[in-house]
Ligand binder design. Structure first.
Ligand SMILES: Cc1cc2nc3c(=O)[nH]c(=O)nc-3n(C[C@H](O)[C@H](O)[C@H](O)COP(=O)(O)OP(=O)(O)OC[C@H]3O[C@@H](n4cnc5c(N)ncnc54)[C@H](O)[C@@H]3O)c2cc1C
Ligand code: FES
Length: 244
């Protein structure tokens, strides 16, 4: 059951170029949160809240990794300790839990929910690989926020292995795959879908106003009709996604 709370910023830390980590005290939401879910976070001076994935949970604290994309996230990058931010969450459906192993594929800031997921899978002793890609090294999030063993890819080769994050997948993938990243990454996964033998789940992004199924503003067309990203998603089976 989502909670509407006034959360408190504990820390605002540099994570990489244009990216920051908010550590936020929100015990009720932290207790219920599952990997893949998100919160709607208020922005000082703005009417609409912004959807942000839960990147980790520790005690009553949430960590959110945020990349500056416009005015709202720029404003959030400047919040200081003890700032109170209204928060609604946890929202949306979580990733399904694999039993035999998995590939977690994060493109850009899309790695955020997969950090939480990787930590959960470790605690359940589910073998998995977390692949994380960025355009170039300056955007790669500081290791302090990433799980041990993460495999880094950059398109210009300035950090980790050269190539896109999808180049880290084998030619045939027999274990479940979980992806979160920009639209281009999801489109590339659809193009390569013949290599996936097992289930593939992806987290979809859409602009959101309410975050909880009221405004209908986040609808996407899927192979089984229109779905709300905030309520029916954000996690969808890859085979349901229609590219434009
Ligand atoms: C379920 C979900 C989880 C998300 N998790 C994270 C996260 O963990 N970290 C993070 O940094 N960002 C995340 N995002 C994206 C984030 O919500 C947007 O970047 C943010 O709302 C932009 O707000 P703004 O005011 O800074 O930019 P705006 O000025 O509103 O927009 C700037 C640019 O970003 C585009 N944009 C705005 N909202 C979205 C959106 N929802 N999806 C894609 N493009 C958008 C606009 O079209 C425009 O080009 C998530 C989005 C969703 C739907
Ligand atoms: S954001 Fe309002 S219905 Fe999804």
């Amino acid at each position: 059951m989502p909670l509407e709370i006034e959360s408190i910023v504990l820390e605002n830390l540099y994570a990489s170029e244009e990216t920051f980590a908010l550590r936020i005290f929100a015990p009720g939401i932290a207790k219920q949160a599952k990997p893949g879910q998100f919160v709607m976070l208020s922005v000082p001076g703005k009417f609409l809240r912004r959807p942000i994935s839960i990147a980790s949970v520790s005690g009553g604290r949430l960590t959110l990794l945020v990349r500056i994309a416009g005015k709202g996230t720029l404003e959030l990058s400047q919040v200081s300790r003890n700032t109170k931010l209204k928060m609604l969450g946890p929202l949306g459906n979580p990733f399904g839990i694999p039993t035999i192993g998995a590939f977690l594929v994060g493109g850009g800031i899309g790695v955020a929910p997969l950090i939480f997921f990787s930590n959960l899978l470790k605690s359940l002793n589910v073998e998995h690989r977390l692949l994380y890609g960025e355009k170039c090294g300056k955007y790669v999030i500081s290791q302090r926020f990433l799980p041990d063993g993460v495999e880094i890819f950059t398109e210009d080769g300035s950090k980790g292995t050269i190539g896109t994050v999808l180049s880290g997948l084998p030619n045939e993938v027999a274990t479940p795959v979980y992806g979160c990243g920009p639209g281009k990454m999801i489109e590339a996964m659809i193009q390569q879908s013949s290599k996936f033998i097992s289930t593939v789940e992806v987290s979809m992004e859409q602009r959101m106003a309410c975050g909880c199924g009221v405004c209908q503003g986040c609808a996407i067309e899927t192979k089984s009709g229109y779905k709300l990203v905030c309520k029916d998603g954000p996690i969808f089976p890859l085979h349901e996604i229609i590219t434009k």
